[in-house]
Write a protein that binds this ligand. Structure first.
Ligand code: GLN
Length: 395
Protein backbone atom coordinates (compact mmCIF):
# COMPACT_ATOMS: atom_id res chain seq x y z
CA UNK A 1 0.00 0.00 0.00
CA UNK A 2 1.31 3.43 -0.93
CA UNK A 3 1.24 6.09 1.80
CA UNK A 4 0.00 9.39 0.37
CA UNK A 5 0.45 11.68 3.36
CA UNK A 6 2.07 11.17 6.77
CA UNK A 7 0.58 12.86 9.83
CA UNK A 8 2.91 12.82 12.84
CA UNK A 9 1.75 12.72 16.47
CA UNK A 10 4.21 13.58 19.25
CA UNK A 11 3.84 13.64 23.03
CA UNK A 12 6.03 16.20 24.84
CA UNK A 13 9.26 14.24 25.36
CA UNK A 14 11.44 15.77 28.04
CA UNK A 15 14.01 13.07 28.42
CA UNK A 16 13.80 9.37 27.68
CA UNK A 17 15.10 7.32 30.62
CA UNK A 18 16.34 4.65 28.20
CA UNK A 19 18.37 7.13 26.11
CA UNK A 20 16.37 5.92 23.09
CA UNK A 21 13.74 7.38 20.79
CA UNK A 22 11.34 5.58 18.47
CA UNK A 23 9.13 6.10 15.45
CA UNK A 24 6.08 4.05 14.58
CA UNK A 25 4.48 4.48 11.17
CA UNK A 26 1.16 2.90 10.23
CA UNK A 27 0.27 2.04 6.64
CA UNK A 28 -2.60 4.55 6.79
CA UNK A 29 -0.11 7.40 7.18
CA UNK A 30 -0.24 7.90 10.97
CA UNK A 31 3.23 8.49 12.40
CA UNK A 32 3.92 8.40 16.14
CA UNK A 33 7.08 9.56 17.82
CA UNK A 34 7.97 8.59 21.38
CA UNK A 35 10.65 7.23 23.67
CA UNK A 36 12.24 3.98 22.62
CA UNK A 37 13.00 0.88 24.66
CA UNK A 38 14.32 -2.58 23.95
CA UNK A 39 16.54 -3.12 20.90
CA UNK A 40 17.76 -0.40 18.51
CA UNK A 41 16.29 -2.00 15.43
CA UNK A 42 13.45 -1.74 12.90
CA UNK A 43 10.63 -4.26 12.50
CA UNK A 44 7.47 -4.55 10.44
CA UNK A 45 4.23 -6.15 11.67
CA UNK A 46 0.47 -5.96 11.78
CA UNK A 47 -0.49 -3.43 14.46
CA UNK A 48 -3.05 -4.92 16.84
CA UNK A 49 -4.21 -4.08 20.37
CA UNK A 50 -5.01 -6.03 23.52
CA UNK A 51 -7.24 -4.89 26.36
CA UNK A 52 -5.48 -7.13 28.90
CA UNK A 53 -4.57 -5.08 31.97
CA UNK A 54 -1.78 -7.39 33.02
CA UNK A 55 0.02 -10.55 31.89
CA UNK A 56 2.43 -8.82 29.48
CA UNK A 57 5.13 -11.57 29.83
CA UNK A 58 2.56 -14.11 28.68
CA UNK A 59 1.25 -11.91 25.85
CA UNK A 60 4.73 -11.08 24.56
CA UNK A 61 5.72 -14.76 24.47
CA UNK A 62 2.43 -16.04 22.99
CA UNK A 63 3.42 -17.55 19.59
CA UNK A 64 0.05 -16.47 18.19
CA UNK A 65 1.37 -12.86 18.25
CA UNK A 66 4.14 -13.71 15.79
CA UNK A 67 4.21 -11.13 12.97
CA UNK A 68 2.35 -8.49 15.00
CA UNK A 69 3.23 -5.22 16.73
CA UNK A 70 1.27 -5.23 19.98
CA UNK A 71 -0.33 -2.10 21.47
CA UNK A 72 -1.49 -2.29 25.10
CA UNK A 73 -4.62 -0.31 25.98
CA UNK A 74 -3.72 -0.41 29.68
CA UNK A 75 -1.56 2.67 30.29
CA UNK A 76 1.25 1.12 32.34
CA UNK A 77 3.29 -1.91 31.36
CA UNK A 78 6.38 -3.34 33.01
CA UNK A 79 5.41 -2.58 36.64
CA UNK A 80 6.30 -6.06 37.87
CA UNK A 81 9.32 -6.54 35.63
CA UNK A 82 10.10 -9.79 33.87
CA UNK A 83 9.62 -13.07 35.77
CA UNK A 84 12.65 -15.23 36.42
CA UNK A 85 12.98 -18.25 34.14
CA UNK A 86 13.81 -20.39 37.18
CA UNK A 87 10.10 -20.66 37.99
CA UNK A 88 8.93 -23.98 36.51
CA UNK A 89 5.68 -25.94 36.56
CA UNK A 90 5.93 -29.64 35.64
CA UNK A 91 9.22 -28.73 33.93
CA UNK A 92 7.57 -25.97 31.84
CA UNK A 93 8.27 -22.24 32.28
CA UNK A 94 5.59 -21.04 34.67
CA UNK A 95 5.13 -17.41 33.61
CA UNK A 96 5.91 -17.62 29.88
CA UNK A 97 3.91 -18.95 26.96
CA UNK A 98 7.02 -19.89 24.95
CA UNK A 99 10.80 -19.53 25.36
CA UNK A 100 11.11 -16.16 23.64
CA UNK A 101 9.41 -12.88 22.82
CA UNK A 102 7.24 -13.49 19.77
CA UNK A 103 5.87 -10.03 18.94
CA UNK A 104 7.65 -7.88 16.35
CA UNK A 105 7.33 -4.78 18.53
CA UNK A 106 5.66 -3.45 21.69
CA UNK A 107 3.75 -0.18 22.11
CA UNK A 108 2.88 1.13 25.58
CA UNK A 109 1.77 4.44 27.01
CA UNK A 110 4.08 4.42 30.03
CA UNK A 111 6.96 2.21 31.13
CA UNK A 112 7.34 2.44 34.92
CA UNK A 113 10.35 1.11 36.82
CA UNK A 114 9.70 -2.50 37.87
CA UNK A 115 9.27 -3.77 41.39
CA UNK A 116 8.44 -7.40 42.17
CA UNK A 117 10.10 -10.21 44.15
CA UNK A 118 10.13 -12.56 41.13
CA UNK A 119 11.44 -10.00 38.63
CA UNK A 120 14.79 -10.77 37.02
CA UNK A 121 15.05 -7.69 34.75
CA UNK A 122 13.12 -4.76 33.33
CA UNK A 123 10.94 -4.89 30.23
CA UNK A 124 13.48 -2.63 28.51
CA UNK A 125 16.34 -5.07 29.25
CA UNK A 126 14.27 -8.07 28.18
CA UNK A 127 13.26 -6.63 24.81
CA UNK A 128 16.84 -5.43 24.24
CA UNK A 129 18.28 -8.88 24.99
CA UNK A 130 15.87 -10.49 22.49
CA UNK A 131 16.33 -7.91 19.74
CA UNK A 132 12.77 -6.55 19.86
CA UNK A 133 11.96 -2.81 19.59
CA UNK A 134 9.50 -0.99 21.86
CA UNK A 135 8.02 2.51 22.02
CA UNK A 136 6.58 4.29 25.08
CA UNK A 137 5.15 7.69 25.99
CA UNK A 138 2.76 7.60 23.07
CA UNK A 139 -1.00 8.20 22.96
CA UNK A 140 -2.11 4.58 22.75
CA UNK A 141 -5.78 5.69 23.03
CA UNK A 142 -5.48 7.49 19.70
CA UNK A 143 -3.89 4.42 18.08
CA UNK A 144 -6.51 2.06 19.46
CA UNK A 145 -9.40 4.30 18.38
CA UNK A 146 -8.01 4.39 14.85
CA UNK A 147 -7.58 0.63 14.72
CA UNK A 148 -11.09 0.16 16.12
CA UNK A 149 -12.60 2.46 13.52
CA UNK A 150 -10.50 1.58 10.46
CA UNK A 151 -9.36 -1.96 11.29
CA UNK A 152 -5.89 -3.39 11.88
CA UNK A 153 -3.08 -2.04 9.68
CA UNK A 154 0.51 -2.94 8.92
CA UNK A 155 3.11 -0.82 10.70
CA UNK A 156 6.84 -0.28 11.06
CA UNK A 157 8.59 0.44 14.38
CA UNK A 158 12.10 1.80 14.60
CA UNK A 159 14.15 2.47 17.76
CA UNK A 160 17.28 4.68 17.62
CA UNK A 161 19.67 6.44 20.02
CA UNK A 162 18.55 9.82 21.37
CA UNK A 163 21.58 11.53 19.82
CA UNK A 164 21.26 9.80 16.45
CA UNK A 165 19.62 11.04 13.28
CA UNK A 166 16.13 9.46 13.23
CA UNK A 167 15.15 7.28 10.27
CA UNK A 168 13.14 9.51 7.92
CA UNK A 169 9.38 8.94 7.66
CA UNK A 170 9.79 8.44 3.90
CA UNK A 171 12.40 5.77 4.40
CA UNK A 172 10.12 3.98 6.89
CA UNK A 173 7.21 4.29 4.44
CA UNK A 174 9.32 2.72 1.67
CA UNK A 175 10.36 -0.21 3.87
CA UNK A 176 6.78 -0.75 4.95
CA UNK A 177 5.47 -0.66 1.37
CA UNK A 178 7.99 -3.29 0.27
CA UNK A 179 7.11 -5.74 3.07
CA UNK A 180 4.63 -8.59 2.71
CA UNK A 181 1.34 -8.13 4.55
CA UNK A 182 0.46 -10.21 7.59
CA UNK A 183 -2.35 -12.10 5.84
CA UNK A 184 -0.12 -13.53 3.12
CA UNK A 185 2.67 -14.89 5.34
CA UNK A 186 2.80 -18.35 6.93
CA UNK A 187 4.02 -17.90 10.50
CA UNK A 188 2.94 -21.22 12.04
CA UNK A 189 5.88 -23.17 10.62
CA UNK A 190 8.31 -20.69 12.24
CA UNK A 191 6.99 -21.37 15.74
CA UNK A 192 6.36 -25.10 15.41
CA UNK A 193 8.94 -27.55 16.88
CA UNK A 194 11.33 -29.25 14.43
CA UNK A 195 11.17 -32.63 16.22
CA UNK A 196 8.57 -34.25 18.51
CA UNK A 197 8.94 -33.19 22.17
CA UNK A 198 7.41 -35.16 25.04
CA UNK A 199 6.55 -33.68 28.46
CA UNK A 200 5.71 -36.05 31.32
CA UNK A 201 3.50 -35.08 34.25
CA UNK A 202 4.66 -35.49 37.84
CA UNK A 203 2.96 -38.61 39.21
CA UNK A 204 0.61 -41.09 37.56
CA UNK A 205 0.02 -40.79 33.79
CA UNK A 206 -3.74 -40.70 33.18
CA UNK A 207 -3.59 -40.31 29.40
CA UNK A 208 -1.26 -39.82 26.46
CA UNK A 209 -2.08 -37.02 24.06
CA UNK A 210 -0.51 -35.96 20.75
CA UNK A 211 -0.46 -32.27 19.89
CA UNK A 212 -0.36 -30.80 16.40
CA UNK A 213 1.90 -27.94 17.52
CA UNK A 214 1.55 -24.91 15.24
CA UNK A 215 2.76 -22.59 18.01
CA UNK A 216 1.29 -23.91 21.26
CA UNK A 217 1.06 -21.72 24.34
CA UNK A 218 2.77 -23.31 27.35
CA UNK A 219 -0.41 -22.64 29.34
CA UNK A 220 -2.16 -25.41 27.40
CA UNK A 221 0.68 -27.80 28.30
CA UNK A 222 0.47 -26.74 31.97
CA UNK A 223 -3.31 -27.37 32.10
CA UNK A 224 -2.82 -30.86 30.58
CA UNK A 225 0.23 -31.82 32.65
CA UNK A 226 -1.41 -30.85 35.95
CA UNK A 227 -4.23 -33.25 35.05
CA UNK A 228 -1.79 -36.16 34.63
CA UNK A 229 -1.61 -36.04 30.82
CA UNK A 230 1.63 -36.96 29.05
CA UNK A 231 1.87 -34.72 25.99
CA UNK A 232 3.91 -35.10 22.81
CA UNK A 233 4.20 -32.02 20.63
CA UNK A 234 4.54 -32.75 16.92
CA UNK A 235 5.67 -30.38 14.15
CA UNK A 236 2.83 -28.61 12.38
CA UNK A 237 3.59 -30.70 9.25
CA UNK A 238 2.87 -34.09 10.89
CA UNK A 239 0.39 -36.42 9.13
CA UNK A 240 -2.78 -37.51 10.94
CA UNK A 241 -1.82 -41.19 11.32
CA UNK A 242 1.19 -40.24 13.44
CA UNK A 243 -0.94 -38.13 15.77
CA UNK A 244 -3.37 -41.02 16.22
CA UNK A 245 -0.86 -43.87 16.49
CA UNK A 246 -0.79 -45.00 20.14
CA UNK A 247 -2.36 -41.84 21.60
CA UNK A 248 -5.61 -41.52 23.55
CA UNK A 249 -6.55 -38.14 22.07
CA UNK A 250 -5.30 -35.23 19.97
CA UNK A 251 -4.94 -31.51 20.68
CA UNK A 252 -4.90 -29.02 17.80
CA UNK A 253 -2.97 -26.03 19.08
CA UNK A 254 -3.34 -22.29 18.76
CA UNK A 255 -0.91 -20.50 16.47
CA UNK A 256 -0.19 -17.38 14.45
CA UNK A 257 -1.33 -16.26 11.03
CA UNK A 258 -4.07 -16.65 8.48
CA UNK A 259 -5.67 -20.12 8.81
CA UNK A 260 -6.57 -20.44 5.13
CA UNK A 261 -2.87 -20.64 4.24
CA UNK A 262 -2.61 -23.90 6.22
CA UNK A 263 -4.50 -26.25 3.89
CA UNK A 264 -2.54 -29.41 4.75
CA UNK A 265 -3.02 -28.79 8.45
CA UNK A 266 -6.78 -28.30 7.93
CA UNK A 267 -6.91 -31.69 6.19
CA UNK A 268 -5.03 -33.30 9.10
CA UNK A 269 -7.40 -31.63 11.58
CA UNK A 270 -10.43 -33.05 9.74
CA UNK A 271 -8.87 -36.53 9.69
CA UNK A 272 -8.21 -36.63 13.43
CA UNK A 273 -11.66 -35.17 14.12
CA UNK A 274 -13.33 -38.07 12.31
CA UNK A 275 -11.11 -40.78 13.83
CA UNK A 276 -13.35 -41.56 16.82
CA UNK A 277 -10.76 -40.28 19.30
CA UNK A 278 -11.40 -37.19 21.45
CA UNK A 279 -10.03 -33.95 20.02
CA UNK A 280 -9.54 -30.58 21.70
CA UNK A 281 -8.94 -27.70 19.28
CA UNK A 282 -7.96 -24.25 20.53
CA UNK A 283 -8.07 -21.00 18.54
CA UNK A 284 -6.07 -21.66 15.32
CA UNK A 285 -6.87 -25.34 16.02
CA UNK A 286 -10.60 -24.59 15.85
CA UNK A 287 -10.11 -22.62 12.62
CA UNK A 288 -8.18 -25.53 11.03
CA UNK A 289 -10.74 -28.06 12.22
CA UNK A 290 -13.70 -26.12 10.83
CA UNK A 291 -11.93 -25.32 7.54
CA UNK A 292 -10.99 -28.99 7.14
CA UNK A 293 -14.60 -30.04 7.63
CA UNK A 294 -15.85 -27.56 5.03
CA UNK A 295 -16.63 -24.35 6.96
CA UNK A 296 -15.23 -20.86 6.24
CA UNK A 297 -13.16 -18.34 8.20
CA UNK A 298 -13.02 -14.56 7.76
CA UNK A 299 -10.90 -11.73 9.09
CA UNK A 300 -12.35 -9.66 11.93
CA UNK A 301 -11.96 -5.86 11.57
CA UNK A 302 -9.72 -5.53 14.65
CA UNK A 303 -9.82 -8.95 16.27
CA UNK A 304 -10.41 -10.04 19.85
CA UNK A 305 -7.40 -9.62 22.09
CA UNK A 306 -7.70 -9.41 25.85
CA UNK A 307 -8.27 -11.37 29.03
CA UNK A 308 -11.64 -9.81 29.75
CA UNK A 309 -13.87 -11.08 26.94
CA UNK A 310 -17.25 -12.60 27.79
CA UNK A 311 -18.45 -15.77 26.09
CA UNK A 312 -21.88 -17.34 26.49
CA UNK A 313 -22.22 -21.12 26.56
CA UNK A 314 -25.16 -21.81 24.29
CA UNK A 315 -27.99 -23.77 25.81
CA UNK A 316 -26.44 -23.64 29.29
CA UNK A 317 -27.42 -20.03 29.99
CA UNK A 318 -24.09 -19.14 31.55
CA UNK A 319 -21.38 -16.64 30.75
CA UNK A 320 -17.63 -16.75 31.43
CA UNK A 321 -14.89 -14.16 31.23
CA UNK A 322 -12.15 -15.52 28.98
CA UNK A 323 -8.82 -14.87 27.26
CA UNK A 324 -8.84 -14.15 23.51
CA UNK A 325 -6.20 -13.61 20.87
CA UNK A 326 -7.63 -14.01 17.42
CA UNK A 327 -7.84 -11.89 14.29
CA UNK A 328 -9.90 -14.38 12.26
CA UNK A 329 -13.13 -16.13 13.12
CA UNK A 330 -15.31 -18.99 11.86
CA UNK A 331 -18.42 -18.10 9.87
CA UNK A 332 -21.58 -19.32 11.69
CA UNK A 333 -23.43 -19.80 8.41
CA UNK A 334 -20.81 -22.17 7.05
CA UNK A 335 -21.24 -24.91 9.69
CA UNK A 336 -23.97 -26.79 7.80
CA UNK A 337 -22.76 -30.21 6.73
CA UNK A 338 -19.61 -30.11 8.91
CA UNK A 339 -21.09 -32.26 11.71
CA UNK A 340 -20.26 -29.42 14.12
CA UNK A 341 -22.70 -27.38 16.21
CA UNK A 342 -22.18 -23.96 17.82
CA UNK A 343 -21.05 -24.12 21.46
CA UNK A 344 -20.02 -20.58 22.54
CA UNK A 345 -20.88 -17.07 21.37
CA UNK A 346 -19.28 -13.71 22.11
CA UNK A 347 -22.16 -11.46 23.20
CA UNK A 348 -20.51 -8.13 22.19
CA UNK A 349 -20.22 -8.79 18.46
CA UNK A 350 -21.84 -12.22 18.11
CA UNK A 351 -18.64 -14.01 16.99
CA UNK A 352 -18.72 -17.81 17.11
CA UNK A 353 -16.41 -18.73 20.01
CA UNK A 354 -16.68 -22.52 20.10
CA UNK A 355 -18.08 -25.58 18.37
CA UNK A 356 -18.63 -29.24 19.26
CA UNK A 357 -19.17 -32.32 17.15
CA UNK A 358 -22.64 -33.85 17.29
CA UNK A 359 -21.24 -36.99 18.96
CA UNK A 360 -19.52 -34.77 21.57
CA UNK A 361 -16.01 -36.19 20.94
CA UNK A 362 -14.62 -33.03 19.36
CA UNK A 363 -14.40 -29.86 21.47
CA UNK A 364 -13.21 -26.59 19.98
CA UNK A 365 -12.85 -23.12 21.44
CA UNK A 366 -11.91 -19.92 19.65
CA UNK A 367 -11.01 -18.42 23.04
CA UNK A 368 -8.20 -19.72 25.27
CA UNK A 369 -9.52 -21.99 28.05
CA UNK A 370 -5.97 -22.34 29.47
CA UNK A 371 -6.10 -18.64 30.38
CA UNK A 372 -2.42 -17.70 30.29
CA UNK A 373 -2.88 -14.88 31.29
CA UNK A 374 -6.50 -14.47 32.26
CA UNK A 375 -9.32 -15.53 34.52
CA UNK A 376 -9.74 -19.27 35.09
CA UNK A 377 -13.49 -19.39 34.36
CA UNK A 378 -13.08 -21.81 31.47
CA UNK A 379 -10.38 -24.29 32.57
CA UNK A 380 -13.19 -26.84 33.07
CA UNK A 381 -12.97 -27.43 29.30
CA UNK A 382 -9.79 -29.46 30.07
CA UNK A 383 -11.68 -31.52 32.71
CA UNK A 384 -14.36 -32.23 30.10
CA UNK A 385 -11.65 -33.33 27.64
CA UNK A 386 -10.15 -35.67 30.27
CA UNK A 387 -13.58 -37.20 30.98
CA UNK A 388 -14.03 -37.83 27.26
CA UNK A 389 -10.61 -39.51 27.10
CA UNK A 390 -11.43 -41.74 30.06
CA UNK A 391 -14.78 -42.67 28.56
CA UNK A 392 -13.36 -43.58 25.14
CA UNK A 393 -10.41 -45.49 26.67
CA UNK A 394 -12.68 -47.92 28.47
CA UNK A 395 -15.01 -48.40 25.52
N1 GLN B 1 -4.51 -17.57 19.15
C1 GLN B 1 -4.62 -18.15 17.96
O1 GLN B 1 -4.47 -19.35 17.80
C2 GLN B 1 -4.83 -17.23 16.79
C3 GLN B 1 -5.37 -17.90 15.58
C4 GLN B 1 -5.24 -17.05 14.31
N2 GLN B 1 -3.87 -16.81 14.02
C5 GLN B 1 -6.02 -15.75 14.48
O2 GLN B 1 -5.44 -14.72 14.63
O3 GLN B 1 -7.23 -15.76 14.45
Amino acid sequence: MQIVEIKVYRMPLLRCRTGLRARLLLADGVGVEGCGFGAETTRVGEVVFTTAMTGYPESLTDPSYRGQILVETHPMMGNYGVPSKSRLFHGILQDYESDRIQVEGFVVAELPRPSHYASSMSLHEWLRSEGVPGIYRVDTRMLVKRIREHGVVMGILSVYGEDEEPPSWDELARKLASSKTYDERVFALEVSPREPITHRPEGRVRARVAILDCGIKYGILRRLLERGVEVTRYPCTTPAWQLLDGYDAVVLSNGPGNPVLLRDQARVAAEVATSGKPVLAICLGMQLLTLGLGARTYKLPYGHRGVNKPVVELGANRCMVTTHNHGYAVDWDSLDGTGLVPWFRQPDDGTLEGVRSRDGLVLATQFHPEAGPGPWDSTWVFDMFLKLIEKTKTR
